[in-house]
Design a protein around this ligand. Sequence first.
Ligand SMILES: Cc1ncc(COP(=O)(O)O)c(C=O)c1O
Length: 388
Amino acid sequence: MKYDFDTVIDRRGSFCFKYDGLKEVYGREDLIPLWIADMDFQVAPQIKAAMQKRLDHGIFGYNQRLPIYYETVINWAKKRYGYEPQEDWIMTSPGIMPAVNLAVMQLTEPGDSVLIQTPVYQPFFSAVTAHNRKLVTNSLIPENGHYEIDFEDFEKKLKEVKLFILCSPHNPVGRRWTDEELFRMGTLCRQYNVPIISDEIHGDLVYNGAGSRSIAALEGMLDNLIVCFSPAKSFNLAGLATAIIIAKNPALREPLDTMLENLHLYMGNTFGIITLTAAYRESEDWLEELICYLQGNRDFLVDYIQAELPQLKVNTPEATYLAWIDFSYLGLTDDEVQKLLIEKAGIVLEPGIKYGIEGSGFQRLNFGCPRKTLSLALERMKKAIKEL
Ligand SMILES: Cc1ncc(COP(=O)(O)O)c(C=O)c1O
């Protein structure tokens, strides 16, 4: 491998939530943190070099996104996700969640209902309820060693909602939705006049050579879509708060664009612009190696659990660096599992219950770390479970 993903780097004291937030959230600092979704790897050297060059310039006033920025975004969408946005469809937001919240606020009215597929990334819930909209859930069904969509229920729920928030690939269950699944969801949403905001933040991290896929690439979908992606997960740039929001249809785009402008959220931060451009233009080979490394971590984790911890169950994630592990066979409550992991194993995962009621009994493990860290965490987990 040309790039190094094995070196363990001390992140403590770098103002990072994953490590420096442990004390505040869990009251202790000595845990192996496999919770919040960022990775323990340095960014690609190409990104560091671009940052260094801009840093050396030394002036950090207000930003202008030059044509090369838009060209870069368009080329990335074309090459990696299979569709070609036009420049005037592209908006920039300080993150995907600000855009999801704005979409709820701008495209629905208080009292309207919004559909999500649970278990799902927990801020989807508050993006709906914090704005006095009603949450409608379409539970994903564990089947055939992975989660599937209950389309009968999906269609029924579409009749009562004004917006659907799609998570693609899906956090936490690790599905890379197939073209058939995406097309079926998209077609039903069109049939019932329900626009989709598709959160594709994990879209680059797809395993087994399956390749990234966006619902936007499928025939006839773009007019009913807002698509969100960013280099935050795949290039480990979450702290730089820069995300791309694409909407072809002016009826979906303009309400968002106006709000981004009114709230002065459109200007962006200098290093967000520089790093997004360096990631998508210069760092694709780094991403390919990262995907291989993460796939190795994923396989190591799944094999370890099957061989050493048969009391637990895990599906092999098709995408994301998140594993969704079923602890329910231990016969403990969610709180007891959390206590066991923190107090006995000295590790912290994300409790599945945060992702909806369907997540009870599960924990989400972030394997975006050097294999050595992952291996140590699994050993500690095994020991704690053995001592039960
Ligand atoms: C599905 C999903 N959407 C959005 C986010 C956060 O995106 P942002 O930081 O750009 O708001 C995350 C972070 O974990 C995520 O997993």
